[in-house]
Design a protein around this ligand. Structure first.
Ligand code: FEO
Length: 394
């Protein structure tokens, strides 16, 4: 990645990982990602804000050399996850007098994850500042976006917020600033859905706090920067709110066709009632697309056959993920078909125990769906319609 100047003597020096396909061995990255790192030169001191993923340290060091620094006084680690702290050990060796700056929880994690000696770390508290001479860094302790250690760094004189994971997008992009809002919004929403959604209430509070700050640029740790901070903050306010849309998502698997017939019938029944619906065949679907719809959906209907005694493992997996992502859906249901028995409905309800949803009566039947099954799906569609009306989203 080239060195780019954000403002005078403030540089983007991170790297682009064009080819990364998956994050945390879980999250698909169809557009790669970046590990952003920023250099701030003051009249007396120089700070590096976040490093890069392990394996990209040479590139980061090359970028720093190009930016003409004599040394680094502070390495600010906003968040200890390895995609931002992975190159830290190299910096400790290269700059033996540099202090690492982190939150208290960040210091604990850096010690645990990298075995960094504690005397190299200076912890900061909420609102604390560090002077670089003519520039001031202010730290905002903001746990759970998305680890307990997270903090944001605000460069007061230039009004730049270095927001680490918050407001990021997994997007390998050569532009310094968001080049095209429509495309970027989709990627930022995908990132929000997969990483930030469980922390909606925290984010709402942080947005309120940030409204007291004048911001000219938001510089996140993944994806391009924002020269119109209000654009991403408005999107985050919408995504973090409790408002749901007239949308039903139906993640499903069908082994021999019965569950698929039920999904097809329910999809049609909902469309006839002017309800938006999106079935996802979990054998083929992009989990990121499903996660994005979970940001908005008022209702989730899970559809599965029974495998031996319980839900199909792919469905159980998505129910588990939905449970930890804690989408804002208000209603949920289970439909599907079994061969000879089992406790699929009970197992699925147990897996989704953290979802604060009102459950519909399951439509779970033996073998091929009959006329009675289709009547039950019509009734389910009516119930969904009534619930959506009660939420004033129709
Ligand atoms: Fe981009 Fe939580 O690391």
């Amino acid at each position: 990645m080239a060195v780019r100047e954000i403002k005078e003597e403030v540089y983007s020096v991170g790297v682009i990982d064009w080819d990364r396909e998956v994050f945390d061995e879980l999250i698909p990255l169809p557009d790669g990602t970046t590990y952003n790192s920023y250099l701030v030169k003051g009249s007396e001191k120089t700070a590096l804000i976040d490093t890069v993923d392990a394996g990209f340290d040479e590139e980061l060091i090359t970028n720093l050399a190009r930016s003409g620094i004599n040394g680094i006084d502070y390495v600010i680690i906003n968040h200890a996850e390895q995609d931002h702290s992975g190159a830290i050990i190299v910096f400790l060796e290269l700059f033996p007098n540099a202090k690492i700056i982190a939150s208290e929880k960040g210091a604990d994690l850096l010690e645990a994850l990298h075995q960094i000696p504690r005397f190299r770390i200076q912890t900061v508290t909420d609102g604390e500042t560090i002077s670089l001479g003519d520039r001031t860094l202010e730290f905002l302790i903001t746990p759970w976006v998305h680890w307990p250690d997270t903090m944001l760094t605000y460069l007061r004189e230039d009004k730049i917020l270095f927001s680490c994971d918050l407001f990021g997008a997994h997007y390998a992009c050569s532009d310094l600033f968001v080049p095209e809002k429509c495309y970027h919004s989709t990627l930022a929403k995908r990132y929000f859905a997969e990483i930030m959604m469980p922390f909606r209430s925290k984010i709402t509070g942080y947005l309120d706090r940030l409204s007291e700050y004048e911001l000219s640029v938001i510089a996140p740790s993944h994806g391009p920067c924002y020269d119109e901070p209000a654009y991403i903050m408005d999107l985050y306010r919408e995504w973090s709110s409790d408002l749901v849309k007239n949308l039903v998502v139906i993640p499903y698997i069908s082994m021999h066709g019965s569950t698929k017939k039920m999904v097809g019938y329910l999809t049609d029944a909902l469309m006839r009632r002017n309800i938006q619906v999106r079935p996802y065949d979990l054998g083929k679907s992009d989990s990121g697309r499903l996660a994005m719809d979970l940001v908005d959906a008022a209702t989730i209907i899970i559809a599965t056959p029974t495998v031996l005694t319980g839900p199909h493992p792919r469905v159980a997996n998505i129910a588990f993920i939905a449970n930890i992502l804690k989408p804002k859906a208000k209603f949920a249901g289970i439909i599907g078909s079994y061969g000879w028995g089992g406790k699929t409905v009970k197992d699925l309800i147990g897996i989704m125990d953290r979802l604060e949803v009102e459950m519909f009566e399951p439509v779970y039947l033996k073998g091929l769906p009959s006329e009675g099954a289709y009547n039950s799906l019509e009734s389910l569609a009516d119930e969904i319609l009534n619930k959506h009306k009660s939420e004033n989203i129709l």
